[in-house]
Design a protein around this ligand. Structure first.
Ligand code: URA
Length: 235
């Protein structure tokens, strides 16, 4: 198979964009730079990398999005014997979650067997936003949100700044959108603790440009080639 076809079939980018990537000498086959569009790849044996990250044809890697319900742990086997997200997933291959959500947090999480992809999504240096919807009791004031935007101080340390906006106030519940780039432990919960607000419900609705969409609670769906490549920065 030609290298440009291999790359586009692997979800790196469109065929035309893949040609640009090859000509820019960003592609290696078995460690050697390839800049000739007609180069053939032996898809059974060759190791193809873009910017040093291995890419494989679909079918070799699995990428799923899950709408994690509250009350599920993100570990393969929970030491407290609690239900885990892996009970919700049918797969012939062993998958792991891309980052974690707390037991009581619901929403979007990816499952894959592609370690490079997982690293791209969660590593703070790649700056992929994670958006959460937070339900909080009472009317939250702008001044409180301003503290979260600047970086609330938790245990004497300032949390990273966040994009924060109130979305609605209904039935004494304020719904707030919080967008962060990092994935510190319990980050959103700690931010709200710092302003003395208890979270009623925490739900992740977006990672990068991939949204939960209409995916029902507890259900999985394969990521599209476009969604996968959106993390590789070639769109
Ligand atoms: N922040 C939290 O506090 N919990 C999560 O599960 C995710 C982000």
């Amino acid at each position: 198979m030609r290298i440009n076809k291999y790359l586009s079939a692997s979800g790196v980018a469109s065929r035309r964009k893949c040609e640009e990537i090859i000509l820019a000498k960003r592609v290696t086959i078995n460690g050697a730079v390839v800049d000739v569009l007609s180069t053939d790849v032996n898809e059974k044996k060759d190791v193809v990398c873009v910017d040093g990250i291995q890419v494989k044809l679909p079918g070799e890697f699995v990428y799923l999005k899950l709408n994690k319900p509250k009350g599920y742990a993100c570990t393969a086997s929970d030491e407290k014997g609690r239900k885990t997200i892996f009970e919700l997933v049918k797969s012939d291959v062993r998958l792991f979650s891309v980052g974690r959500l707390d037991y009581d947090t619901e929403g979007l999480i990816f499952l894959t067997n592609d370690g490079e992809f997982a690293n791209l999504v969660i590593h703070p240096k790649f700056h992929f936003e994670k958006e959460y919807h937070v339900l909080v009791e009472g009317a939250v004031k702008e001044s409180e949100l301003a503290v979260l935007r600047k970086g609330a101080v938790v245990d004497g340390k300032r949390m990273p700044p966040a994009k924060v906006k109130a979305l609605s106030f209904d039935g004494n519940i304020t719904k707030i959108s919080v967008v962060i780039n990092e994935g510190q432990n319990h980050q959103v919960r700690r931010m709200f603790e710092a302003i003395g607000r208890e979270i009623r419900l925490l739900k992740r609705v977006r990672i990068g440009s991939v949204t939960l969409g209409g995916l029902s609670r507890g259900k999985t769906k394969p990521l599209t080639a476009e969604e996968i490549s959106s993390f590789r920065g070639d769109k």
